[in-house]
Design a protein around this ligand. Sequence first.
Ligand SMILES: [Fe+2]
Length: 337
Amino acid sequence: MKITLSATQKQQIDLLITKLQHAFSSTESEDFLCECQLESANLPKSLRKHFYELRTQIHKSGFFLLEGFEVDNNKIGETPQHWDTSWENSRTLREEIFQCLISCSLGEPFGWNTQENGRVLRNIVPIEADKNEQLGGSSSVPLFWHIEEAFHPHRAEMMTIMCYRNNERAGTNICSITQMNIPEQYLIILKQPRFLIEPDKSHFPENNKSKHWELQSEEFLKIKNFLLNPAPVPIISGPEGHERLVIDQAFMSAVDGDKEATEALEWLYQHMDEVRTTVQMNPGDVVFLDNRRVAHGRAIYKPNYGPQARWLRRINIAADLTKSFEWKQAPYARKIL
Ligand SMILES: [Fe+2]
């Protein structure tokens, strides 16, 4: 499903962005996100209707593409060469505020301490050293099927991915549980806690080395615990017609020796490849995903490493910011420790 912003909607959005742009020089603060949350109520009602239907799961498939926001290729400057780029003096403040406004309409943006020190708006850019990894910077291998932070009980309910550049025409793969047609013999197995999910590598110390901050090894202890003691989980849960999906192809497996579960899992991956939707995002496009029902990934592509390389931004969104209070400094804090 595709939604195109009308001229009137764009005018209303521009007014909100300008207002916030006068008051804030960065989107990476609780003050900004709190104000943005309040202002998101002033987004056009016709647009908020789509967001409401997505988060309440009235929307059938659980994903859509929003197009029509204009990105000026010169004004946004060069694509950063690494995710470890400065948090200050952003040339993409207008685009960042736009993504935060629409994300706040779906819930509460948040970050992870063990992933870029809690940065809410992550940069996804090609990194040559990571080209064969299961990380956002990869390109020579497909980014396998996953939902964000499948291993964690307080993962995002929603997410937005916005495109600033995609001259390489890389495809974002999307597969909703509603697109799948799973035979009963596999569905029974996939609904049982016969699968283990480890944390993905973006939460590891070696992938969090920054010139701007330093995390201590103790800060990764909780991630280490997920790695050492993954609890068996089902992949599919919920009643017929309202199923939910937890999957991370690169970091999950059936429990030791469970051949039936391995077979069901392999069948599922193949099926998802067959029924998937692929979106080649254009600058200004935003993909909205219900992280409870929709898996995503990325096809192989050949990056234009340099100032015009592919550049996406991603925001994780919680339906209820306070649900993860035991993992944070305060219930309203946006960084999960
Ligand atoms: Fe992802």
